[in-house]
Design a protein around this ligand. Structure first.
Ligand code: ZN
Length: 179
């Protein structure tokens, strides 16, 4: 018999065994996706946003990459049998980050705040590493839904502070929150 978690929209959380089963496939999909777009990447620093250097190191802005797309690449989780993430798969987002590369919709080309938000995810990926990032992200989605998942709350809160023109070290902030 399965027990219900205290909160959440789904009755059962993904087990560690299930995660281990899908993780290599997800990593493979990410690798293929990044290779397929390798010719279209630009470094974030090359985009010339004025405020990002106040929050992120020069190394981060020189190594993080952005790809402008019409349609965001989202892993086909339900076709792998992971139907519990169908809401996420159908979600209409402005951007998505895999490792140090993020994809944003072409019409958000000049939106500095979206670049800021995705850079927060780049730092999360870097600090946590792929396995832990994906485990926490999947767990947060399942338990709380997209907008209340902890890694998104962190990114949206930091983005709100960025919009409010607070100045802070965004990389340090993420490191503190994850520690
Ligand atoms: Zn996000």
């Amino acid at each position: 018999m399965l027990t219900r978690p205290l909160f959440g929209r789904h009755s059962t959380a993904m087990t560690p065994e299930e995660f281990q089963k899908f993780y290599p496939r997800l990593l493979g999909w990410i690798d293929t996706t990044l290779k397929a777009h390798a010719g279209n990447t630009q470094t974030v620093v090359s985009r010339g946003f004025p405020r990002l250097p106040l929050y992120f190191s020069a190394d981060t802005l020189a190594s993080a990459k952005v790809v402008l797309v019409d349609q965001l690449p989202i892993p086909p989780l339900s076709s792998w049998g992971l139907t519990r993430f169908v809401d996420f798969e159908r979600g209409d987002f402005s951007g998505i980050t895999y490792l140090n590369t993020f994809f944003i919709k072409r019409d958000e080309l000049r939106n500095e705040a979206i670049h800021f938000h995705e850079l927060i995810h780049v730092i999360q990926w870097r600090i946590l590493g792929p396995e832990q990032f994906l485990r926490l992200y999947a767990d947060g989605l399942e338990r709380f839904g997209y907008s209340d998942s902890p890694l998104e709350v962190m990114a949206y809160d930091a983005e709100a502070a960025f919009m409010a023109e607070d100045i802070f070290d965004a990389e340090q902030l993420v490191a503190q929150k994850l520690s």
